[in-house]
Design a protein. Structure first.
Length: 105
């Protein structure tokens, strides 16, 4: 979320640049001048380990300290929003798989 906000605040992206069709294929990392080469490149603005690794780890450390009820409520809210966006279709999740990614909605 922080990355998205920074892209808008710094003028690297406009709302009109976002493909809202739902397939995500039209959304590409914006271009900026790569300080190493002086050429236009997506590298300076990419969501990469070099650019966002420390931020992401800090968020994860914070999230892991939250009580389970907060995480469950946030997950429910995210699922509700995703369901509305898909027009009411709910994604089936195999809760028996043991894969923790199955619970990320």
């Amino acid at each position: 979320m922080e990355r998205a906000i920074r892209l808008f605040v710094n003028g690297h992206m406009l709302l009109g640049d976002i493909d809202t069709s739902g397939n995500g294929r039209g959304n590409k990392t914006p271009l900026d001048v790569n300080p190493s080469t002086g050429n236009q490149s997506s590298v300076p603005l990419a969501f990469s380990e070099a650019n966002w690794g420390a931020h992401t780890r800090a968020y994860m450390a914070s999230i892991t300290r939250l009580p389970d009820l907060v995480l469950i409520r946030n997950s429910e809210l995210a699922q509700s929003l995703a369901t509305k966006r898909r027009g009411g279709a709910r994604m089936d999740v195999d809760e028996e798989s043991g894969d923790e990614r199955a619970f990320i909605f």
